[in-house]
Design a protein around this ligand. Structure first.
Ligand code: COI
Length: 351
């Protein structure tokens, strides 16, 4: 591995007002693929790439990414949460997008070096972390539509607070009844860039109407809940936690899986299955829709206070964070920031 340190360290932002993904650390990790192999991993100053305007990522979106987080405690110990799962999912995304897979053990080792170099960029206040963004892009200057022969893999780091500007205040979600995010057989379960580009219009329209995000339904019937793009979705109906099954069009969220595993470990009922908006609406009308929340690396566990369907706002749990949502938030963030015991083996020490 080659390491080049910056001669111009940046001024750090105000860690008490980070928002999400607005600041980037001094260094990044870079690895390039050509002639059928990945080259040496390099840690170098965070700086712009020079790219050909013909680079195929710019035309055909052959690109994938991940989101993970690093934490630091008051002893200066750095940890990461389920990072192996991120690299496994990224290699799965790579296969779906005809991109080369990579050696996750080598990349993890280099990431740990990068995190040690950037240790002063890891915020420690409750609700903050250093967001890790591994990314892979095609980078061959060619306009033919085929898999690239040249790629860049890079990791950038960003100190972050809450994903939503309103923090843990329950979100307002609009069920999208016209546009779709992904169809079975498409790329919905890969973490590829195009999934996010195609979700923007629904999201913008939801924002204009006063909602934080939109909830995607299945592409075939526009009936079944899929996900919110930046979060997987959960509903508590009659005390049972229900989440859409991974049918091929939904991102297999790592926080989603953590939620399911925490619930099972506490003998709390959880179901992965198809769930229709009709079922949710009926449960709401009968007073059986107890809670709803989303899960994601960036979003952590975010309560849903309002769900709008067919033009009607359903106010869930009086618009407040419910007990099961709070329990899951406390358990998962407790394991992440090491105030709770990690009985699952999800946390890895970096230094
Ligand atoms: C994450 O939760 O890490 C994501 O990638 C979602 C979003 C910020 C794109």
């Amino acid at each position: 591995m080659k390491i080049t340190l910056t001669k111009n360290p940046k001024q750090k932002p105000d860690f008490s007002n980070l928002g999400f993904g607005k600041y980037f650390t001094d260094h990044m990790l870079l690895m390039e693929y050509k002639d059928g192999a990945w080259g040496e991993i390099e840690i170098r100053p965070f700086e712009p790439f020079a790219m050909s305007p013909a680079s195929n990522i710019l035309h055909y979106a052959q690109g994938i990414f991940e989101g993970a987080k690093a934490y630091k405690n008051d002893k200066g110990e750095i940890t990461v949460f389920r990072i192996d799962d991120n690299f496994t999912r990224m290699n799965n995304s790579a296969k779906r997008l005809c991109m080369p897979t990579f050696d996750s053990a080598k990349v993890k080792e280099a990431l740990f070096e990068l995190l040690k170099i950037e240790k002063d960029w890891i915020p420690t206040a409750k609700g903050t972390a250093l967001y890790i963004r591994p990314t892979m892009i095609a980078d061959q200057p060619v306009l033919g539509v085929h898999a690239s022969h040249v790629y860049k893999f890079f990791i950038i780091l960003s100190p972050v607070g809450s994903y939503y500007a309103h923090g843990l205040q329950p979100t307002k979600i609009l069920v999208e009844e016209h546009y779709v995010r992904a169809a079975i057989g498409g790329t919905g379960e890969a973490k590829c860039m195009g999934n996010y580009a195609c979700s923007l219009l629904g999201g913008e329209e939801a924002n204009k109407k006063g909602y934080d995000q939109c909830l995607w339904l299945d592409a075939a019937e526009h009936k079944y809940v899929e996900e919110v793009g930046s979060m997987n979705m959960f509903f508590v109906i009659d005390g049972v936690v229900v989440t859409p099954a991974l049918v091929g069009s939904i991102l297999p969220g790592i926080t989603r899986r953590s939620v399911i595993e925490v619930l099972k470990a506490h003998n709390m009922p959880v179901e992965e299955r198809r769930i229709s908006m009709d079922e949710i609406e009926k449960a709401y009308d009968e007073g059986r829709l107890n809670e709803s929340f989303g899960s994601g690396t960036a979003a952590v566990i975010s309560p849903v206070g309002t769900l709008c369907y067919h033009g009607r706002d359903m106010i869930i749990n009086n618009g407040k964070m419910g007990k099961i949502t709070q329990f899951l938030y406390d358990e998962i963030t407790g394991i992440q920031n090491r105030t709770k015991e990690d009985t699952f083996g999800w946390v890895t020490k970096v230094n």
